[in-house]
Structure formats: C-alpha cells, structure tokens
Write a protein that binds this ligand. Structure first.
Ligand SMILES: Nc1ncnc2c1ncn2[C@@H]1O[C@H](COP(=O)(O)OP(=O)(O)O)[C@@H](O)[C@H]1O
Ligand SMILES: CC(=O)OP(=O)(O)O
Ligand SMILES: [Mg+2]
Length: 397
C-alpha cells in the first residue's frame, strides 16, 4: 500500500489529490488558489468537510510547503515522508514524450525545451515539479502528459497544410490535449460495454471549460479536435476554437491589438463568454437563454453546432462508430448539451433516450434500446491515471 499525491499545477493555482494505491481510494483532495496574488488560500477536504486557510504565498514553492503543512496539521498524514510518490500533470510533452516518464534532471531539461510550445501551461507545471523535488528530494516524481495519448495520431491527421520545414524546424503540428482524460474514459467505456477496447470505435467528448473531442479506434487516439495549442477545435467557455487564421492580422489592424493581444482575446474573452457577452459558465448561458436573451441563445447554438459536427467528422474518420462518451464539467452534468449534440444523428444509428439522459448520474448509458451506437456519461478521473502511472514508473510497491 502506498500514498501518492497527484498534482495539477496552473499559473496561480495548484489542485491536488492524495490517493491510497493500488486501492485507488481518495484520502483527501484540495486546491491552493491565488498563488502569488492577494489573499491566497488553501482548501482541503478532510472527512468530507472543507477546511480553508489563508497563508501568505509568494510562489509555488511556498504553496507546496503550506499544502504539506496543512496535510500534517489535519492529520491526513503524520509526516511529509509518508508521501511515497508524486505525479504531475504536464500539459505539453511535444513529440519527446509518448508515455508518462520518471522525472530526472535530464527529463526536467527536456521539459524546459518543450515549454515554448505551451507558454500558458508548462511553465507552471515545471515550477510545481521543482517545488516538490526540493521538498521531497528522495521521492520518485512522474510527469503525465496531456499530449501523450495523442502521439498515436497518424501523420496525415497531425500535419497542417503548411510548408513541411515548419514541422521539421519548429515542431508545427497538431499535438492534442486532455489525453489522460480521453484515455481513462475510453478504457472505462470498454469495461462498461464488456467489450475489448481493440474491438471498438469510440468518440470521446471531454467538455469542461476547455473542451476537446477525440476519435479512439482500437484503444488508440487517431484524431482529436485541439491542435498545436489548446485553442483549436470546438468552441469553449472562453476560447474561440477553430477560426480562419486570416482573422488575426485583420483584427490586429481593426482593433489596434498586437498579435499576442489578439491570441489572448481568442483564449480568454471568446467562446461562450465572447458570443453571449455574459458568462463563460454554461449554466449562466443556459439560464439567460431560457430567460429570453438572444445573445445567450446564439452563443449556445454556435457552441452546440461545432460539437455536433465533430461527431460526424470522426465517425467518417474511423469508418464508423460504436460508442460516444460525454465527460468533464459540462459533459457529465448538462443533459441539454448531450441531447442537442446527439440530435439528428439517427441516420448514423445514434439515438438517445431522453429520460435516461435527463436522469444520468455517474456512469450511465443514455442510448435508446433501438440505438446501434452506445452513448454514455463517464465521469473522468485524471488523478487516478496520474497515480497509476506514478506507481508504475516510480516502481512503488
Ligand atoms: N450542473 C452543471 N450543469 C451544467 N454545466 C455545468 C454543471 N456543473 C459544471 N458545469 C460546467 O462545467 C464547466 C467546468 O468544467 P470543468 O471540467 O470543471 O472545467 P475545467 O476545464 O476548468 O477543468 C463550467 O464552465 C460549467 O459551465
Ligand atoms: C489543455 C487544456 O485545455 O486544459 P484545461 O481544460 O484544463 O484548460
Ligand atoms: Mg479540465
């Protein structure tokens, strides 16, 4: 039995889960927020109760110290040395990493090289890794990449139609993200269907704040909607998804923004937020649409039609589909989104049962009896995947 901590570090936050392996039971979970900003705080769930503290935290190293202190203070662990492995979510692994990896000095160097491909995400992941290595130098730490599961995508799907030398010189290609989640839910779906994974063509819809859709054929990723960065693909809470790239210089000229400012607008002020003008949270947009806001309804329509198209695209890509999965914040909780994304696909043998869909909670099949394709809600669990790989690569008993 061993105690593993799974870390998902963002630029100003650090989410964590402490798990008992191999049982995969969650001991506790929590989040440190507003690191390096005014009034940082730590929330830890202790026996179902949320405890919040407000320490002063200048950086991720102080955040890690405070987090470990609170775990001992609340008697979740008796000593920091009770932690036997640390697993980190790293968003971008480039082409260097097609599986999780035990972190060594050399790996850390390679991670730094890959960082320029994901300037919004990777630097924070690396700071988190270093902070834990300083505090727990003798404990194995493992990096688990969002991109790794997508390294199986074939060349004709990952190359862009641009001069080939950009791929060779600058690594310009589709990488894809949320791989840990797509891998988990597609494995789980095969178990739920009681069929081997290499018998199944699955479309996995991870719809949270960030959203991506993946075609999983015979257990491997063969295409995914995100691209060189997590900005591409479907429309999201604040991200535009695919646009005509010629819009960027056009908007620079019209609005006076720099290229970096336009990209920032496309990442943070677009999507549901940008179109509705109200909120990036799907619940707010749905509520406002129900109250008669035309802008909110339009935002919802654009959001839904983009996702709907990918189902057809990926079914064509795999020459068929046996199962569709919905996961993450929106996918797990919004019956409306699931119903609308699946609407009109009866010609492909996809039909959902509205009652089952409306009542879905946890792992639930929502297709009708006559549907040829299975459709299910499968709650994602990136943390358990991180913990499993930490045990495997850290060779922890
Ligand atoms: N009960 C719910 N009904 C509809 N949408 C929900 C519900 N709960 C959460 N969401 C949506 O899930 C989104 C967050 O998803 P999540 O997977 O947690 O995002 P992140 O990408 O930040 O990890 C929110 O924007 C919210 O709109
Ligand atoms: C890569 C990515 O988009 O992650 P998130 O959904 O957590 O923003
Ligand atoms: Mg997410």
């Amino acid at each position: 039995m061993s105690t593993i901590i799974a870390i998902n570090a963002g630029s100003s936050s650090l989410k964590f889960q402490l798990l008992q392996m191999p049982e995969e039971t969650i001991i506790t979970k929590g989040v440190v927020e507003r690191i390096g900003l005014e009034t940082p705080f730590i929330t830890v769930e202790v026996e179902g109760e949320k405890k919040t503290e407000y320490p002063s935290l200048q950086n991720h190293e102080e955040a890690v110290k405070a987090l470990l202190n609170s775990l001992t203070k609340y008697d979740v662990i008796t000593d920091v040395n009770d932690i036997e492995g640390v697993g980190h979510r790293v968003v971008h692994g480039g082409e260097t990493f097609s599986d999780s990896v035990l972190i060594t000095d050399q790996v850390l160097n390679e991670l730094e090289n890959v960082s320029e491909l994901a300037p919004l995400h990777n630097p924070a992941n690396i700071v988190g890794i270093k902070a834990f290595r300083d505090i727990l130098p003798d404990v194995p730490s493992v990096a688990v990449f969002d991109t790794a599961f997508h390294q199986s995508i074939p060349k004709e799907k990952y190359l862009y139609g641009v001069p080939y030398e950009y791929y060779e010189k600058y690594g310009v290609r589709k990488y894809g993200f949320h791989g840990t989640s797509h891998k988990y839910v597609s494995q789980r779906m095969a178990e739920l269907m009681d069929r081997p994974q290499n018998d199944l063509k699955i479309i996995s819809c991870h719809i949270g704040n960030g959203a991506s859709i993946t075609a999983v054929d015979h257990g491997i990723s063969v295409d995914t909607s995100m691209g060189f960065t997590p900005l591409a693909g479907v429309m999201m809470g604040t991200r535009s998804g695919n646009i005509d790239p010629a819009l960027i210089p056009y908007l620079m000229e019209k609005t006076g923004q720099t290229a970096a400012e336009v990209i920032d607008t496309l990442n943070k002020k677009s999507g549901l937020l940008g179109v509705s003008g109200a909120s990036s949270d799907l619940r707010d947009v749905v509520q406002q649409a129900e109250e008669g806001s035309e802008r909110a309804q339009t935002a919802l329509d654009v959001y839904l039609t983009r996702m709907h198209k990918y189902i057809g695209t990926y079914a064509a890509s795999m020459d068929g589909v046996d199962a569709v999965i919905f996961t993450a914040g929106v996918g797990e909780n919004s019956a409306l989104v699931r119903e609308k994304v699946m609407e009109g696909l009866e010609f492909m043998g996809i039909q959902i049962n509205k009652e089952k869909n409306g009542q879905a909670s946890g792992e639930t099949f929502i297709q009708s009896d006559s549907s040829r394709v299975a459709v299910a809600v499968v709650p994602t669990d990136e943390e358990v995947m991180i913990a499993r790989d930490t045990v495997r690569l850290g060779q922890i008993q």
